[in-house]
Write a protein that binds this ligand. Sequence first.
Ligand code: ADP
Length: 419
Amino acid sequence: MRRAPYLLLICVFALISAVCFAFALTGHSSGLKVGAAAFALFCLLLLGLILKRESRIRELAAALHEAEEAARSNLERVDAERSKALSVCDSLPCILLMCRKSGTVAFANQIAQTVFGSDLQNKTVLEISLSVDLQKLIESAAEIGEACTQNITLNYPQTRDYLAACWPAKYGAEMLVLSLHDRTELTQTRRLRADFVANASHELRTPMATIRSMAETVLDEAHLSDEKHRRYLKKILSEVDRLTLISEDLMTLSEAESQPPQKHRCDLSELARYVCSQMEPRAENAGLQWSCDIQPGVFVQGDDSQLVIAMLNVVSNAIRYTDEGSILVSLSTENRCAVFKVSDTGIGIASEHLPRIFERFYRVDRARSRETGGTGLGLSILKHIVEAHGGRVDVKSDLNVGSTFSIFLPLDEITEPVE
Ligand code: ADP
């Protein structure tokens, strides 16, 4: 803004006005007029100047306001972008940490805070995880400037298996990103599968080895008595039967595991009566007292063939592990559940074995299990089927007194037929 000409003009008119006033005071009336006119002009000019300045100020204020608005909307956009980025980081199904090259934490997503605690800022990764491996991984990524990955088991704050990856951040050259994918379940599943394959092949190898040695004896010993000959052949047959049982149970387990049950409305009372009709003769042959109390009209949503297998397994076990006494089978309803209960007065299970009897191939008394045609898979099949139907299995047992196995299944109440 060029203020000098205005100031000069104001000064000139002020001077003229002053002179005119002086003349007027000394009696020159025309001087007074000129002075008044000059004074008026001076006032007008002053007013114009003030107005001009004001409009300029208004312009400046508007420009400032615009700039402020732009800055505010920019800030809002940055905030929105930031919270979007944060929510992406928080919704990632893994631990995400932003670390400085020194190893201190600059940012931690929600899962990281849940696992390691909320106050992570400026703590070192070593401090929060107590893992030297993780610290070394960060150091390597910082040193080579490339992504490094490693399977790492953290023992603190919990024992979990992770796939850890660390790489330099694209922006912020001093920053590194560290992600930890929890693979504990996967590792456990792999371990269980490996154990299962090892156990299954062991179970199959034993009868096959017996069959082989019996067959060799029959073949090699030319003068084998008829009685021995028959005995060996019978043994071979029983081992083949055993192999068949194992492979059938393995098939049942694999089928139950590979697909969810094909559920429909099942009359559990009818299925339970069928199971009893199959098992009662076996119990009586074993000299056991048999009683059965089936409540009619108990319906569940389920796969009937799988439910029959589950019930047969538990009743068959009761008969196989009871030397004398009785078997009581019942079906009733309780708290919106169907309860299929099998009680026996058998050998019972010592409390230290109870937590493990549902594991595959776990047997308390291996010899007895074998003698009675057990495969060690019955209870794991039972548990798998029942849980896939949204139910649970409960067992109460006292050594040398007897056991009670109860299967709880949710009742199918919604589709109850109107009679
Ligand atoms: P198995 O084919 O050996 O019977 P299961 O999986 O059916 O295998 O059962 C696992 C183990 O649980 C059995 O070996 C047995 O030791 C124990 N068990 C199961 N049911 C009973 C029962 N009713 N009474 C006593 N022990 C039982």
